[in-house]
Design a binder for this molecule. Structure first.
Ligand code: AHG
Ligand code: MN
Ligand code: MN
Ligand code: MN
Length: 310
């Protein structure tokens, strides 16, 4: 039988120096929280948990009931396991300080909220630093996401490559399904919301997208970062959420979207850049700060940087 998630972590203890029992307990709790979220997502229509929660969050977004429920489930489990010293969430204005030292967890409890009510893949993104959430991605101990798609998959890196687990609904375990996830050097897919084309601040980006069209690339855009990055991780190509006239730093948040996803993509052999610097090198100043995101296969990201004059 394929290896269950916690057994896999225990088997890696010697190989990954920072992987101690406390971190294994914390990651197992996060995994359990996402199983609970998956259960709610899969029957949301029957539980009256679709639609708006009737409030606006610190991002200025209308909070969905599932945003709130996923946030509560993760907060509860991470707090109760007693291994975290700080928690940051997209849905919380400030971080929750629990102690002076330990593991600092940042998460996007429900990514792709605009897709919840139309039954399109959504996800949860998480990352773990030592002692403080306000650290660059370069210093991450771990980053991962769960995609609630046709199957529920947990994709994670502890700094030595990327592995993926699939939720086995019979046993209720995440079982190792992809022992090594490597990003193709080059793909044939680009992923960007072209409706914003005229608002992009960089003319070079329009030229790059036109170049890819000339190279017969295809466009795939789900509108859930987890789904678009997951496809990029497995098929190659490039996912872009650029700066535009409205969002001058882009839309995606550094701490719990851009940084963890760049960590995974780079661990799988790709690149994550803001267009000006590697996303993993950006030192966060504010909890919810946004950065432009260009992540994916080396070939496409380096070609994009050429067009941006980077
Ligand atoms: P969230 O649902 O956590 O707020 O994130 C939504 C983000 C991300 O998932 C996706 O890539 C992006 O919003 C899509 O934005 P547009 O609808 O503007 O394309
Ligand atoms: Mn949101
Ligand atoms: Mn998100
Ligand atoms: Mn979210």
């Amino acid at each position: 039988m394929a290896v269950p998630f916690t057994a896999y972590l225990l088997s890696k203890k010697g190989e990954i120096p920072h992987l101690d029992d406390d971190l294994i307990i914390l990651l197992s709790e996060i995994a359990s929280a996402t199983k609970e979220i998956a259960g709610k997502v899969r029957k949301a229509g029957l539980l009256n948990i679709l639609g708006s929660a009737g409030k606006v969050n610190v991002q200025g977004e209308e909070v969905q009931k599932l945003d709130e429920l996923a946030n509560e489930i993760l907060l509860e489990r991470i707090k109760n396991c007693g291994k975290a010293c700080e928690i940051a969430s997209e849905e919380l204005e400030t971080s929750v300080k629990l102690s002076d030292s330990g593991y600092a967890v940042s998460f996007d409890p429900l990514d792709g909220s605009s897709n919840i009510d139309v039954n399109v893949s959504i996800g949860t993104i998480f990352s773990v630093h030592k002692d403080s959430v306000l650290k660059p991605g370069r210093e991450l101990l771990c980053a991962g996401y769960v995609i609630y798609g046709p199957s529920t998959m947990l994709v994670i890196s502890l700094g030595k490559g990327v592995v993926a687990f699939t939720l086995d609904t019979e046993s209720g375990n995440y079982l190792l399904s992809h022992p090594e996830v490597k990003l193709p050097e080059k793909g044939k897919i680009y992923s960007i919301n072209e409706a914003n084309r005229e608002k992009w601040t960089e003319e070079g980006l329009r030229k790059f997208i036109d170049y890819l069209k000339g190279e017969k690339y295809t466009l795939r855009y789900v509108g859930s970062m987890v789904a678009d990055v997951h496809r990029t991780l497995f098929k190659g190509g490039v996912f872009i959420y650029p700066a535009d006239k409205k969002n001058t730093s882009g839309k995606l948040r550094l701490l719990y979207e851009a940084s963890p996803m760049s960590f995974l993509i780079e661990q799988a052999g790709g690149i994550g850049t803001t267009g000006k610097e590697r996303i993993l090198d950006v030192v966060p100043e504010k909890l919810h700060q946004r950065v432009p995101v260009i992540i994916g296969s080396k070939w496409e990201v380096e070609k994009c940087l050429e067009f941006l004059g980077g």
